[in-house]
Design a protein around this ligand. Structure first.
Ligand SMILES: [Ca+2]
Ligand SMILES: [Ca+2]
Ligand SMILES: [Ca+2]
Ligand SMILES: [Ca+2]
Length: 855
């Protein structure tokens, strides 16, 4: 069996979500003079495939990648040799280098690296990135394969100039303009099975791939295009002996350029689509595998796309032989474990030692009376195996004991819009549940899925019937449409994701006196609502992380890393960990964050989610050198009240002889939905500093309804600078430089922290007696203690943190007469530890004579 199976089972993709332990990657590197002193943007590593155990040349294309100091891989075993610019052929040199290139139109520069790849057990995806003096680039994925890799040879735009390709060879190509098409030709024989795989989404390409197979008679025999975020597969039998052609192009001819690249394989290599049962026992076993080119495969009845099924034995892959890319329970639903068919690649599948299978095709569960019984807690492995399929399950539940029902389908690559409905046998109403929860970040982590989840508390003891179907089941029901279901008590838990929403994945170098910020997002599962403490384990030497907490019920917080003294020239994986107690008295749980970054660099579009993917690690590069540009704020701590404004002034210091216009942004305020602090001057949080000025001002405004909080704002300075060229005496050159500054701490306080009401407001007492009213404090986003003082009625009491209601004992003055009495209370609220806000509360109570008849 060939080793180059392609797995479309997207379990591999979700196993990449929320997992991994970064490996130490702390290597020293030689210093070198930068041309572009900002994080490089890597648009393409070409070819995006390497043959295992061989040395090949890789071309790097992007911005600021022409002088790499180092190449970093997410996998051990690579050897990289940087090819100096001087020995590159003239065409590849940055000859027309952008001495006057505007900043927002970065040039496409070229770097070259010689890569020696490790020998692997099967095909593997690896992330590569470039480290330059300006920082770390975004990562690009490449395929490590046992097959040989060839690059396309242009011109190949017509059938006559088609590039000759052997079967089971991999061609790497680029759709370099919207009119570019790439022809390949191969020899085929009558009755031969041909599987064409066009790899795009899995290697971070922007190309909407499309492929056509053209017969010896020049007729198009078959065509296919990719689906959203997946590769293209074509499966056909060749009708005759002869020379065939494959035509590759961008679907719709809209996307092209350096990041519209692809891999093409023509041959018979198996492609796995899905595995039934989806949920495996830890020891594996017999499975029904769906895909193309499977050993012993037979056509799936009724399918016209060549989909076939095969009975194969799935065996667990011993943990030590697989890379550390998973932790227990990565999707918060079921743990994933690696399995393998004889000769196949590792596939990550959910496991459980107690699985309920839906009955086979013959005994249907398509109506409530034929519901499959399940015993809660239950893990079900099932399929929507034919058009219109609907699966019913029934279980007994106890009144008041909450249950969580979660479905795993869309997230493992089953393309159906699942829907759940639930009905009690003792009730007429049916509740329906569609898509999963709200996205964590509308632009940078749009993680909503079509997998429904539901939490419910049974209103009574009894039998409940649950149905699983899909909105598109009439078209999409098919034997490979697998899903898993968990019904059981809610398990409060969380997953963390770090993102840097200010760049296209590149991260500037952390230097003494500067800071970096990451947004840490929390996906809260099973009703988990508690605060999460976030920390960085094993900090890079010479750095310090500021305290970070995601408050109760909130989606995220910024994590700030500060460069101090004793830093080294190195790239470090950051271990960001969150810890929380799901409930009072529960054990602390800890989860390691995964880093997400743009799948490919692109221009930011507000309101459009950026395609992002999980990266193997979050890396930062540090440097002992002081920043070339410094930003010094006139104040490092600011107290701001909701709705109020404050001005912070930065003094900018540039090296002698450097001129140019620059921009400063406060990272945490840019491109964020409802930031707690907004920059009211400038453009989208960005303020321009003219070439002849050495200072600039930010007008900060606290959002009216923002929570009380302490936040840190990290300034980022980008300048298109003119400076003396050290290589050409007496001449000037243009350099784009980016440098961060030190953070400013903003304490944001509520203006009127309390909305008070009296929930009991009548006192029956005479003058000189005491009486009690009850106050309700609607807290505007803070939890600290509140002191309430009113001299007139002898009140001086403190409402404890978190309490919203308290009795107030009032001393009625001797001469008080019955009737409405104004109650004016001076409230002192500890809105944040060490920060109080005063507020006058004006209320009214009724004083009633004890003699009066109650109404
Ligand atoms: Ca081409
Ligand atoms: Ca071409
Ligand atoms: Ca079914
Ligand atoms: Ca059914």
């Amino acid at each position: 069996m060939a080793k180059h199976w392609t797995s479309l089972v997207l379990v591999v993709v979700i196993s990449a979500l929320f997992s991994t332990t970064p490996q130490a990657q702390n290597q020293p590197m030689p210093p070198k003079a930068p041309l572009l002193d900002q994080p490089p943007v890597l648009n393409r590593v070409f070819p995006p495939a390497l043959t295992t155990g061989k040395t090949s040349s890789l071309e790097l294309r992007g911005t600021g990648v022409e002088n790499p100091l180092e190449m970093l891989a997410s996998r051990k075993g690579f050897g990289f040799k940087i090819i100096p610019q001087e020995i590159l052929p003239p065409a590849a040199k940055p000859g027309s280098r952008p001495a006057t290139q505007p900043m927002n139109q970065p040039s496409r520069l070229v770097g070259r690296v010689e890569a020696t790849s490790p020998i692997t057990a099967g095909d593997e995806m690896v992330e590569l990135r470039v480290l330059t003096a300006g920082g770390l680039s975004n990562s690009r994925k490449i395929l490590l394969t046992s097959l040989s890799v060839v690059e396309e040879k242009e011109p190949n735009n017509d059938p006559e100039s088609a590039h000759k390709l052997n079967l089971n060879q991999i061609a790497a190509g680029v759709i370099s303009s919207t009119t570019d098409v790439d022809y390949y030709q191969f020899e085929g024989s009558k009755g031969q099975r041909l599987l064409a795989w066009l790899g795009t989404a899995t290697i971070d390409s922007r190309l909407p791939g499309a492929v056509e197979i053209i017969g010896p008679d020049n007729r198009v025999l078959a065509q296919a295009r990719d689906r959203v975020d997946s590769d293209t597969v074509l499966d056909l039998r060749l009708p005759t002996d002869g020379t065939y052609k494959a035509r590759i192009f961008g679907f719709g001819h809209v996307e092209s350029g350096p990041d519209a690249f692809y891999l093409l394989r023509l041959g018979e290599s198996p492609v796995i689509d899905s595995v039934h049962p989806l949920v495996q026992s830890p020891s594996g076993g017999d499975c029904l595998v769906f895909g193309h080119g499977l050993p012993g495969g037979t056509p799936v009845p009724g399918r016209k796309d060549g989909l076939e099924q095969a009975k194969l034995i799935l065996r667990p892959v011993s943990e030590e032989s697989t890379p550390a890319t998973a932790v227990d329970n990565p999707n918060g639903l079921l743990p994933l474990k690696p399995f393998r068919f004889a000769g196949g690649p590792a596939i990550w599948l959910p496991v459980s030692d107690k699985i309920t299978m839906e009955p086979d095709d013959k005994s249907d569960n398509n109506s409530p009376d034929k519901a499959t019984p399940i015993l809660v807690p239950a893990v079900v492995s099932a399929r929507l195996e034919k058009p219109g399929d609907r699966d019913f399950f029934r279980f007994d539940a106890k009144k008041g004991e909450p249950l969580s029902i979660e479905l795993l389908g869309d997230r493992v690559g089953t393309r159906l819009d699942f829907v759940l409905s639930l009905k009690s046998d003792d009730d007429k109403n049916t509740q329906e549940f569609d898509d999963g929860p709200e996205a964590l970040h509308p632009q940078w982590f749009f993680n909503r899925t079509d997998d429904p989840t539901l939490r419910f508390t049974p209103p009574r003891d009894g039998t409940y019937r649950l149905s699983v179907s899909a909105r598109d089941v009439n078209l999409g029901g098919s034997p490979q449409q697998v899903y898993a279901l968990r019904v059981g008590p809610p398990r409060p838990d969380f997953r963390l994701v770090t993102i840097d929403p200010t760049t296209q994945g590149g991260i500037p170098r952390l230097k003494p006196g500067t800071a970096l910020s990451f947004l840490v997002l929390a996906e809260r599962l099973g009703g988990f609502d508690a605060p999460i403490e976030v920390r960085i384990d094993r900090l890079p030497s010479g750095t310090r992380a500021l305290p970070c907490q995601i408050p109760a019920g909130q989606k995220g917080a910024w994590l700030t890393l500060i460069g101090e003294q004793g830093m080294t020239e190195a790239a470090w994986p950051l271990n960001v960990t969150g810890s929380a107690k799901p409930a009072a008295g529960a054990n602390t749980i800890e989860r390691q964050a995964r880093h997400a970054a743009p799948a490919y660099p692109s221009t930011q579009q507000v309101n459009n989610p950026q395609p992002v993917r999980m990266e193997h690690d979050l890396l930062v590069a540090t440097s002992p050198n002081p920043p070339l540009l410094t930003l010094t704020p006139d104040q490092t701590t600011i107290k701001l009240t909701q709705g109020d404004r404050a001005t912070v002034k930065f003094t900018v210091k540039k090296p002698q002889g450097m001129t140019g216009q620059g921009q400063v942004t406060l990272m945490e305020t840019q491109n964020q939905p409802d930031p707690p602090v907004r920059v009211s001057n400038g453009n989208n949080g960005q303020v321009t500093i003219q070439a002849d000025k050495d200072s600039l001002e930010f007008q900060l405004e606290g959002r009216n309804n923002a929570r009380a909080q302490v936040l840190h704002l990290v300034p980022r300075f980008t300048i298109t600078a003119q400076e003396d060229d050290p290589d050409n005496k007496g001449r000037r050159r243009q350099v784009v430089r980016m440098e961060n500054g030190p953070p400013i701490e903003v304490t944001l306080l509520p203006k009127r922290p309390l909305q008070p009401t009296l929930t009991s407001q009548t006192i029956r007492a005479k003058g000189g007696e005491k009486g009690t009213v009850t106050i309700r404090l609607n807290r505007q986003g803070f939890y600290g203690p509140v002191r309430l003082v009113c001299a007139e009625f002898g009140l001086d009491t403190t409402v404890q943190p978190d309490l919203d209601e308290a009795p107030l004992e009032l001393s009625i003055p001797q001469n008080a007469r019955p009737g409405g009495k104004p109650l004016v209370i001076q409230a002192t609220c500890e809105a944040l530890p060490g920060h109080t806000v005063n507020q006058e509360l004006r209320l009214q109570f009724n004083l009633v004579s004890p003699m009066a008849r109650p109404r």
